[in-house]
Design a protein around this ligand. Structure first.
Ligand SMILES: Cc1cc2nc3c(=O)[nH]c(=O)nc-3n(C[C@H](O)[C@H](O)[C@H](O)COP(=O)(O)OP(=O)(O)OC[C@H]3O[C@@H](n4cnc5c(N)ncnc54)[C@H](O)[C@@H]3O)c2cc1C
Length: 370
């Protein structure tokens, strides 16, 4: 039987980030995943500035060779739009495969061991049973995604689901038309458009109700449909569920959950990857001092604002009138949108934005109603 200090179930972004953070602190680390790299997944593929900072703390700097810069977010609905830039830094679009390759390479450089094509079948105390034998670990990390079995086996399933939607992703060969990540809104849901290269964009459509394909859903988004006219689809469409999940606890004994396994926010926030990376730092710090309670507390703090904002944005998804008022308010007072983005990427605390902006937003919305 193998012995290791940290065993990580799941070699997606959260598992690899946790591997890098713990290996950097001197732990021996094994990552096991059912699949072999590079692992793809349906994703909006947008990294906001806070995610880029966290990635650079792992020792990974994205460049124009592997990703594409965007300066802010544009909301588009019908024929109208409103946009705002991030304060100070930009975001980057990076294809999921490229991101996985970069994380995998960094973890391998540091000496992380991998068990690709290996399924984790059970946890018995400090022993992990895999499809290729047993491993004894001091710490066990569940980075096995939204349907985490580690979460179930370790008794951490208590919590609630706040949302469930379906996402379909398709890449297109098309030069990005400018330096914004776009969110196209309609009554069906949203289409997120992220530039991922000089000649490539990623489109993800997310909706509450089933839809057959990205192509069929484009009828709902006239501006985007016009942009994509004649663009060559690259590869096959890929689908995934996007869910909001809140769990009461993310640690039990010597087991910790990270990334989507520890709770998820709807894709609308574009924050899943940033959360995984920030949690990896917090987990590394906690394991270094041997105190998972520290991780439990930091995990709650990391999630607070993204959970609030994703729920607020889901209200805009559900209630068309609220969405139109909010977008009109942003158009009337662009600094409100900028402030929301600042909060979104952690550059401004929610409470600073809170009272002034909510009042301002209320006034703008009432102005719309009058
Ligand atoms: C439609 C959609 C759009 C999104 N858009 C964005 C976006 O634009 N920006 C953003 O930041 N986030 C986005 N997200 C969220 C982001 O994709 C997730 O938060 C992120 O993938 C979480 O990473 P993870 O490593 O926790 O989980 P996953 O990526 O799901 O990885 C889990 C890994 O665990 C492995 N595994 C599971 N069970 C076992 C087992 N028993 N044994 C071995 N291995 C196992 C799986 O094979 C998998 O590789 C989006 C999500 C969706 C669905």
């Amino acid at each position: 039987m193998n012995n290791v200090e940290v065993f990580i179930c799941g070699g997606g972004p959260a598992g690899l980030a946790a591997a890098i953070e713990t290996r950097r602190r001197g732990f021996s680390v094994i990552v096991a995943d059912c699949f072999k790299p590079p692992i793809d997944k349906a994703c909006g593929e947008g990294l906001l500035p806070d995610a880029l900072d966290a990635l650079s703390a792992l020792g990974i700097e994205l460049t124009d060779r592997d990703s594409h810069l965007f300066h802010g977010i544009r909301f588009v609905e019908g024929m109208g739009s409103v946009e705002a830039c991030f304060p100070h830094r930009s975001g980057r679009g990076v294809s999921r495969i490229v991101l996985h390759e970069l994380l995998h390479k960094r973890a391998a450089e540091l000496g992380v061991e991998f068990r690709w094509g290996t399924q984790v079948l059970g946890v018995h105390g400090q022993e992990v049973e895999t499809s290729k034998g047993r491993i004894r670990a001091e710490w066990i990390v569940g980075a096995d995604g939204i349907h985490s079995r580690i979460r179930r086996w370790s008794g951490l399933d208590a919590g609630r689901r706040t949302s469930r939607r379906i996402g379909l992703r398709q890449h297109f060969r098309l030069a990005p038309w400018d330096r914004f990540m776009e969110v196209h809104w309609c009554d069906l849901g949203q289409a997120y458009v992220t530039p991922v290269g000089p000649e490539e964009i990623c489109v993800v459509v997310v909706a509450r109700d089933r839809f057959s394909s990205v192509k069929a859903a484009l009828d709902w988004f006239p501006q985007l449909s016009a942009r994509l006219q004649g663009a060559e689809p690259l590869g096959a469409e890929r689908g995934a569920l996007t869910e909001g999940h809140l769990y009461r606890r993310v640690t039990n004994g010597k087991i910790a959950l990270i990334g989507d396994a520890s709770g998820s926010v709807d894709a609308i926030a574009g924050q899943g990857l940033a959360l995984s990376l920030l949690e990896a730092q917090a987990l590394g710090d906690a394991l270094e001092v041997g105190d998972l309670q520290l991780y439990e507390r930091r995990h709650k703090a990391i999630r607070r604002t993204p959970v609030f904002l994703s729920q607020a944005m889901l209200l805009m998804d559900r209630f068309a009138l609220l969405r139109r008022w909010t977008q009109a308010a942003f158009r009337g007072s662009p600094r409100l949108f900028e402030a929301m983005l600042s909060v979104h990427i952690g550059a401004m605390p929610l409470k600073f934005w809170g009272s002034e902006a909510v009042l301002d937003l209320g006034i703008q919305i009432l102005g719309q109603k009058a």
